[in-house]
Design a protein around this ligand. Structure first.
Ligand SMILES: CC(C)(COP(=O)(O)OP(=O)(O)OC[C@H]1O[C@@H](n2cnc3c(N)ncnc32)[C@H](O)[C@@H]1OP(=O)(O)O)[C@@H](O)C(=O)NCCC(=O)NCCS
Length: 146
């Protein structure tokens, strides 16, 4: 409880990159900065007590969003940040005209898949051996605004 969701600002990026470094396929600070500066990138953070504890990285174009990263600091996982972040971000993207959101997740990432399913994402395809280190299938999931 008690999560604030807001767009990321440039000064958030070092903390975001530190959180990302704990993810299976992390984004670097320069990648995050590029995305924040680009026209299609949409970055959101989850904060509690003024501290950034999670981030979500999307792209939005032509009414379709893609979720390209979602990571919560391991110290505060399973406390609702991921759900609050995705819920808030999808509402903001929808207000900006998004009618659909795609993502791809490692087949074995049961935590993320459970979160996505609980928010209405459904499996839409399988990319065999899409991931490396370790090699793993990628599950494509889609969410439709209704
Ligand atoms: C996936 C991730 C963002 C979830 O963030 P979180 O803040 O821990 O998630 P929440 O506390 O909001 O949990 C929301 C729901 O997700 C599911 N979930 C979260 N962690 C889970 C776990 N360890 N096992 C099973 N389900 C889990 C549950 O359905 C949970 O709802 P519940 O607590 O009511 O049962 C977080 O585990 C993470 O940063 N993982 C590493 C990065 C990653 O894999 N990102 C996804 C890339 S596609």
């Amino acid at each position: 409880m008690g999560w604030t969701i807001r767009p990321a600002r440039p000064e958030d990026l070092p903390r975001c990159a530190a959180i990302e470094a704990t993810a299976p396929d992390p984004w670097t600070e320069s990648q995050l900065a590029e995305e924040l500066a680009g026209g299609f990138g949409r970055l959101f953070v989850a904060c509690r007590d003024g501290q950034v504890q999670g981030l979500a990285v999307f792209q939005l174009a032509a009414g379709e969003a893609s979720l390209n990263a979602l990571t919560v600091d391991p110290a505060v996982r399973r406390q609702g940040a991921g759900r609050a972040l995705l819920t808030g971000a999808l509402a903001a993207l929808r207000a900006e005209g998004a009618h659909r959101c795609f993502l791809e997740v490692r087949a074995g990432n049961t935590a993320a898949r459970a979160l996505y399913e609980s928010l209405g994402f459904a499996a839409a395809g399988l990319r065999r051996n899409f991931y490396r280190d370790p090699a793993e299938d990628g599950v494509v999931m889609a969410w439709d605004a209704n």
